[in-house]
Design a protein around this ligand. Structure first.
Ligand SMILES: [Zn+2]
Length: 256
């Protein structure tokens, strides 16, 4: 059994029949999938797809950092309302974080929104799903200002050994590894031993970042087996061992 801890099968890339992608994943041995929210427009389709597979899929609620623009406080308030109204449906707060790759205009606002969402997590005893793109210093600064820090995952992790150590020093964090690790020039495989098998979560980030041999195509949760096999090879373990350890890690963090 494999858990895809980060997949957006509800996005328009999978319409009009996103159910088929979930079925293909289940048939490939991916019994559980976590859907992190993106923005206000994705809440509806995400809940709809979850309702078709209530045993196999789980949801997280949050506002993605690239959605922090002029009217972000209004959006954040609506996302919070959705979370508190349907709290039992959401196993985590995500995806949230800092993304300064495309635009640094809202750096300060992204940090304020991140702190607010970290506080939801702590106050409601939920883990966080963190998106970090050229924003590690900012995320660590926000975390360091918190008396009590949430547990969580740095999803789509692509950092260095030093990044891993900096993050682990802050507390109870895991690292979401996806198709990036299968890319020919990826240095991530050298970082895997430092992360350690007890801190790795498997994910696809579908529809993005398809692993080799599907690189460049639309990604989906069924393809996660290629990433699992590649990690197994890097760590001299079997794919079964990777599946079991990462699933246990996901169960520990998300309580699923
Ligand atoms: Zn994502």
């Amino acid at each position: 059994m494999i858990i895809d801890t980060h997949t957006h099968l509800y996005l328009e890339e999978f319409q009009p029949s996103p159910q088929e992608a979930v079925v293909r994943a289940i048939e490939a041995g991916v019994e559980k999938m976590i859907f992190p929210n993106v923005d206000l427009s994705t809440i509806g389709p995400m809940k709809e797809l979850h309702a078709s597979f209530p045993q196999n899929t789980f949801m997280a609620m949050g506002l993605h950092p690239t959605e922090i623009k002029d009217l972000w406080t209004v959006d954040l308030e609506k996302v919070y309302e959705e979370f508190v109204t349907n709290k039992d449906k959401y196993i985590a707060i995500g995806e949230i974080g800092i993304d300064l790759y495309w635009d640094k205009t809202y750096r300060q606002e992204q940090m304020i929104a991140l702190r607010a969402q970290f506080d939801w997590a702590v106050n409601n005893n939920r883990p966080v799903i963190i998106h970090c793109r050229e924003g590690l210093d900012e995320i660590l600064e926000v975390l360091d200002a918190m008396p009590q820090k949430p547990a969580g995952v740095f999803h789509s992790f692509g950092g260095t050994v030093d990044d891993v150590e900096q993050i682990r020093r802050r507390g109870d964090f895991y690292f979401g590894i996806n198709g990036i690790v299968t890319f020919k020039n990826s240095k991530l495989r050298e970082v895997l031993p430092t992360i350690g098998i007890d801190r790795i979560l498997l994910e696809t980030d579908a529809p993005y970042l398809a692993p080799v041999p599907h690189r460049g195509k639309r990604n989906e949760s069924a393809y996660i087996i290629h990433t699992a096999a590649h990690i197994a090879q890097c760590l001299s373990l079997t794919t079964e061992q990777i599946a079991q350890s990462t699933s246990n890690n996901a169960k520990t963090l998300f309580g699923i």
